[in-house]
Ligand binder design. Structure first.
Ligand SMILES: *Cc1c(COP(=O)(O)O)cnc(C)c1O
Length: 243
């Protein structure tokens, strides 16, 4: 009975993550209701995602378009999907058409992809799509995202120039070395101050998506409203896929 045992492990891991989120929120004097846990299920089988769903979790994330559009239709329609990966402009409409319950695209990092998503929402006739602007806070060339100095301009573009998108905040990945991420999280938080000032919105209208398996508690302490946790819930990814 190897498979059911594995699935049980994911549910136990989910509960442990939720508990740790709760504790981190408490430590920082925050309301735990204001923190969303995205279960990042890339490379993981439908059966395992279904188990975590059956345990009551509803928010999941994927980051490869092809894998996502293969998997989403096989899973319940009330899942709140987040897309967290790099999106090519020519895939925007395919993605939206295949996943009607796509709740948020976290990884908008240029005006062109925002425009494509905006038009795709209109042509499909779905409800407005929430998006986050991805910021490259670590300065690594391999990382996607706008430079911190470009976040205001892109956020403005989404908010004022894309009527079918809902500007919902900022996202970052940060350094793979967890000791460096606090600095990256601080940068994202500073970006939020600038964006909110420029757009005239309150900080609680601008989410911060930061924190993954290795650093989500730290991220919560630094103001994250959306943590993206993959391997700590679903187990190590043995065969990372590339698109
Ligand atoms: C894979 C991925 C995650 C989850 O990473 P873990 O370290 O497994 O928790 C989070 N965010 C993005 C953008 C990812 O691609």
């Amino acid at each position: 009975m190897a498979a059911p045992a594995m699935e049980g492990v994911a549910v136990t891991a989910l509960r442990s993550v939720l508990y740790r989120v709760h504790r981190a929120a408490e430590r920082s004097g925050r309301n735990w209701d204001g923190i969303r846990v995205v279960g990042v299920s890339k490379t993981k089988p439908i059966s395992l995602i279904q188990q975590v769903y059956d345990a009551g979790h509803r928010c999941f994330g994927e980051n490869y378009v092809q894998e996502f559009i293969d998997k989403a239709p096989q899973l319940p329609g009330d899942i709140e999907w987040h897309f967290v990966g790099h999106l090519q402009t020519n895939k925007a409409k395919t993605l939206l058409a295949a996943v009607p319950n796509l709740d948020m695209v976290e990884s908008v990092d240029n005006a062109k992809i925002a425009n494509h998503l905006d038009r795709a929402v209109a042509s499909i006739g779905r409800k407005p799509l929430k998006v986050l602007v991805q910021v490259n806070t670590s300065g690594e060339e391999s990382k996607a995202g706008v430079e911190p100095s470009g976040c205001v301009e892109l956020a403005k573009h989404v908010k004022l120039g894309c009527p079918n998108l809902v500007f919902s905040g900022l996202m970052t990945i940060g350094m793979p070395d967890y000791s460096s991420t606090p600095e990256n999280f601080k940068t994202l938080s500073n970006c939020r101050m600038e964006v909110c000032k420029a757009l005239g919105i309150a900080e609680d209208q601008c989410e911060l998506s930061m924190g993954m398996s290795g650093d989500f508690e730290k991220a919560i302490e630094m103001g994250s409203t959306n943590v993206r946790v993959g391997s700590t819930i679903f187990g190590a990814r043995e065969y990372p896929k590339k698109e």
